[in-house]
Design a binder for this molecule. Sequence first.
Ligand code: RUB
Length: 320
Amino acid sequence: MGTTPHPAVERAAADIASMEVRGAATIAAAAADALRTQARESTAETPEAFRVELRLAARTLHETRPTAVSLPNALRYVLQRTTGTTVEALRESVVVAATEFETRLDRAQDTLGRIGANRLQDGDTVMTHCHSTDALACVEAAVAQGKSISAVVKETRPRNQGHITAKALREMGVPVTLVVDNAARRYLDDVDHVLVGADAIAADGSVVNKIGTSGLAVMARERGVPIMVAAQSLKLHPATMTGHTIEIEMRDEAEIIGEAERRDIGDISVENPAFDVTPPRYVDAIVTESGQFPPESIVLLMRELFGDGVDEPWLDPGDR
Ligand code: RUB
């Protein structure tokens, strides 16, 4: 029995941690894929050994990015469907579940995109923050419906994910104006929607997304610009139904400032929170594959999908 996960799992975990693989939906797909490789290539001789390996792989992936709830939701989807009394049966069940998960993810994003596109009118301009494949799916569907959409794209310091958004929008033929984050308020008068994704949505309708989203939402509210959050149900954080809070990931200060520059400034502390929380009162609609919701009603969808609570199947039975 392996005491370390399959190298493909370790690679996937490292890529997620370094943000080589990033964005909530993409992280979830990479996690399901890594579990499938772990199962396919397992040399475990007993069903129990196979399960131990799979839980270890899931824990390794789970520890990478605390805020993106899509990750535990993906692991849960696969682990809850891991059934069988032989290694072969277990292996097959993981492969089937991981593949099914990826198909559902793609389908959910397409459906969500078509729903979100209904909010966009021909000639509209959207302002984006960070890079969200769920948000882009709405623009893509609107363009496919023949609507002419343009975009003001925030750069999104410190990692400049806005560049990825700008490139994706250009590939759809959408005219793009790239602005620094500090220019957002100036350009809000020129846009019809703020369109962002989410890493996690809490039971009260709070939206956790890339740092800067909450400030943008407050400014948009002040300017009367509607704020639309595109987030497939994978982003719903089930533990928040029972009072748990969402941990905000703090990343390395080197993403913000280099050593030499820092030394030159003098004795300072540097903080690099990856995400922030936008309260529900600043959000107009959360668009999911099950329809659009006012943020305060999202808990109804959460109850329907998760019941009253959830398990942590990556922990060993004695630790649950
Ligand atoms: C990405 C981010 C995205 C959401 C949604 O943060 O905040 O808006 O993850 O993305 P990071 P998607 O770059 O730190 O991962 O819609 O693709 O799931």
